[in-house]
Each structure stands twice: as C-alpha cells, then as structure tokens.
Ligand binder design. Structure first.
Ligand code: EPS
Length: 387
C-alpha cells in the first residue's frame, strides 16, 4: 500500500494516487469528506480556511461505491486557485516580479532558503508552493480511506490535543467513543471545557502579539491485532515507520510512542507493562505505558502516538532574514497566517498513523479482496487464540 501526492498550495488542486488497496472496500464518501472538514476546523486558523471548503473527488479505482482493486485517484480542489491563475500558470508568463509574485525574501523556519539553494530557484515561490502545509489536505483524504479500511476490521482511530503552548489538557480515562464525541465538540480538540477556554484565550493573546504557537497532539488506535510490524528488520518495525510518518507532517519536530521521553526518567519497574492472561481477553497488559508496541510489533494494546508541532513560522511579528537578491537584512511582512494550527494537526496525525497501521495490516493479512483479507485475519486470530 502506498500513495504519492502532487499539487501546490495555490495551484488548481491537490492530487493523490493510492495503490495497493484491495477490492470490495466500501467507501463512505460523506465520511471521507467529514475528515477533510475536521482538518479545516480549529481555533486559531487564518483567513485561507474561510476560502477553502475541502472535499475529495474520486476519479479512479472506485465503482458503485466499492474499490475495484485498481489504483484509487483522489483530487482536492483549491478554491483559492481562482485568485492565482496567472501567477501559478504552467505556461510561461511575461510580467514584472511583482506581477509574478516572485518571492526573494526567505522566511525563517520555512523551507524557502534551503529549497531555493537546493533546487537553484531564484523565485522562492517555487519552493513554498509545494512545501506548504496545504498538502496535508490530500494526506488526510488518503488517511480517511485507510481509516475506513481499518474500520471494516473493527479498528478505531481517535485524536486529541494534549498541549497548546503553556496550556496542558488534564489526563482522563474516557472510553474511545466518548473521546471521539467530546473532542469533536471542542474548538481545540480537548475534552476538558475549562482547558478549551484557556487555550482559546491563550491563542487570542498570541495572535494579538503577532506571534504563533505550537503544541502536542495524540493519536490513539484501538482494536489492532497483536503482531503488526516485526522485530526482524529495522524497516519492518511499525513504531519506527509511524515515527517517520509523524515527522513528515509539516512543522512536526518530535514524536513519542506511549510515555516516550518520560521513559528516560523512570525505572524499569515503573515503565514496563506486566503481562496478564484470562480466557476472555487472552494475553494482555496490566498497563499501556509502551503505547501498544514491544519489539517494533503491536502487542494488542491501543497504539498511542504523540507528535509535537512547532509554532507556525509565518509571523506577523517580523523576524530577521536576508534578501537573496541584495544579501541585505530585512524584516518580513506577512499577508495572512494561522496563529495556531494544532487542532488541525491532530487530525493530520490521526490520518498518517492510520495509514501506517493500514499498510502494516495489509502486509500481514494481505489479499486482493476484502473477503480474502477477512479470511486471513480470521485464521490468524484463531491461531493466536489457541496459542
Ligand atoms: C500555509 C500557509 C497558509 C495556510 C496553509 C498552509 O496558506 P496561504 O499561504 O494561502 O495563506 O492557510 O494551509 C492551508 C491552506 C490548509 O489547507 O491547511 C503554509 O505556508 O504552510
């Protein structure tokens, strides 16, 4: 299972091709678009999100509501494109730098300068158009397909915001369905209403000061069978693949599985999850500090992954940089930006983790149709039960 994406933030559309999906997967188009809408929400988003109303068009690989086994092609249109048709035209364009909206002032924290140097672009727009986090819209569309595949096997995906800047959400023990329902009602994807208010006020303050703020988001996946991924080779360890996927989300600077970095502060007896057995549940763990992974494999406990997002680098408060034409210092002017995109990043995290789990699931139980996969899973679960 794999996908590639193409498209620029102010181009006509984002495109993805998913290859390796089995046939007979029923796709719920409304549920797919619901995931795109979730990513657009969240307190702290800027003006661009008022322009976009993201929906995914499926233009290949699906017939009468079911996948055929052929590559699935997805398209998410950019509404903002109509304001950029000349500037983003694929045909050669005459005109001044101003008319072309040439960018020669790299923004600190963005891909602009490194990308310009690497690809030898004197117009940094050629870098920023593709490096923009707009691309996460199509990644969420792919993740939504993976999520529906997992749901067909009773696997559920949830997410929540753990921290925005100084404000931390208190821990809770809600069942997954409750967590999903309550975070959906929250402007910042937290359960606790007091925390929500504090986070909103905090984002307002940051915005007023012309600044931006990041945070920590968490993804939980329940119902995953034991034994996805493998210890036998570095690139088959599923926790490692998830880490790569999380770090590939724009602006993410770190990833943790389970208690993550806290494991470096605690003793072994405080970290490892004791093994229990009973008829009903079979083997399970007394706790889940290791976030569902031992030896690069799922252990049947919920997968718990956290990622940290840095503050968005486009600031109203000017930061110093150097003009690539004159080599002179300047302080950046900003047209529009999000002050905080952490709630949206929570949805992106869910999407990329769901994708990696779906991929590992298909590797283990792989078949060309949903029926074949169901049979493979059933045989394996019987084997595990009888172990
Ligand atoms: C982004 C900059 C902003 C964001 C954009 C990501 O876009 P613009 O430059 O058009 O104002 O709104 O995010 C999205 C469009 C989106 O769908 O999330 C950036 O530089 O990464």
């Amino acid at each position: 299972l794999r996908y590639l994406t193409a498209g620029e933030t102010h181009g006509p559309q984002l495109t993805a091709i998913i290859e390796g999906l089995p046939s007979q997967l029923e796709l719920d188009f409304e549920a797919l678009n619901f995931q795109l809408a979730r990513r657009q929400k969240g307190y702290g988003r800027g003006r661009r999100m008022q322009i976009e109303k993201d929906t995914a068009d499926i233009v290949g690989g699906v017939r009468h509501g079911y996948t055929t086994g052929a590559p699935v092609a997805l398209v998410v249109a950019n509404n903002d494109w109509k304001h950029w048709t000349k500037i983003m035209n694929i045909e050669p364009m005459e005109g001044t730098d101003e008319e072309k909206r040439r960018v020669h002032r790299p923004r600190p924290g963005h891909a602009d300068l490194n990308g310009g140097l690497k690809y030898n672009h004197k117009d940094l727009r050629n870098v920023l158009e593709r490096s923009s986090a707009r691309e996460t819209a199509i990644r969420v569309a792919c993740g939504a397909v993976a999520r529906q595949f997992l749901e067909a096997f009773g696997i559920k995906v949830a997410g929540q915001v753990i921290r925005i800047g100084e404000i931390v959400a208190p821990p809770h023990n809600l069942p997954l369905d409750e967590l999903i329902a309550q975070t959906e009602e929250s402007s910042v994807r937290v359960v606790d209403k007091e925390t929500e208010q504090k986070m909103e006020a905090y984002i307002e303050q940051i915005k007023k000061e012309g600044d931006s703020i990041g945070g920590v988001v968490e993804c939980i996946i329940e119902g995953v069978p034991v034994g996805l991924g493998s210890f036998v080779q570095y690139d088959r360890k599923l926790d490692a693949r998830i880490a790569q996927a999380v770090m590939s989300i724009n602006a993410f600077k770190g990833v943790e599985i389970g208690i993550g970095f806290e494991a470096g502060e605690l003793r072994g007896s405080q970290v490892h999850d004791e093994i229990l057995y009973n008829e009903e549940r079979g083997y399970h763990r007394a706790s889940n500090r290791l976030g569902g992974f031992e030896g690069g494999m799922t252990n049947g406990m919920p997968i718990v992954v956290r990622g940290v997002m840095k503050p968005i680098p486009t600031l109203y408060k000017p930061l110093q940089s150097v003009d690539i034409d004159t080599k002179e210092a300047f302080t950046a002017q900003v047209e529009r930006s999000d002050a905080c995109a952490v709630p949206a990043a929570s949805v992106v995290l869910e999407s990329v983790v769901a994708w990696e789990v779906a991929k590992a699931f298909l590797e283990k139980f792989g078949g060309d149709s949903m029926d074949e996969i169901r049979n493979n899973l059933k045989n394996y679960l019987t084997q595990v039960e009888q172990y």
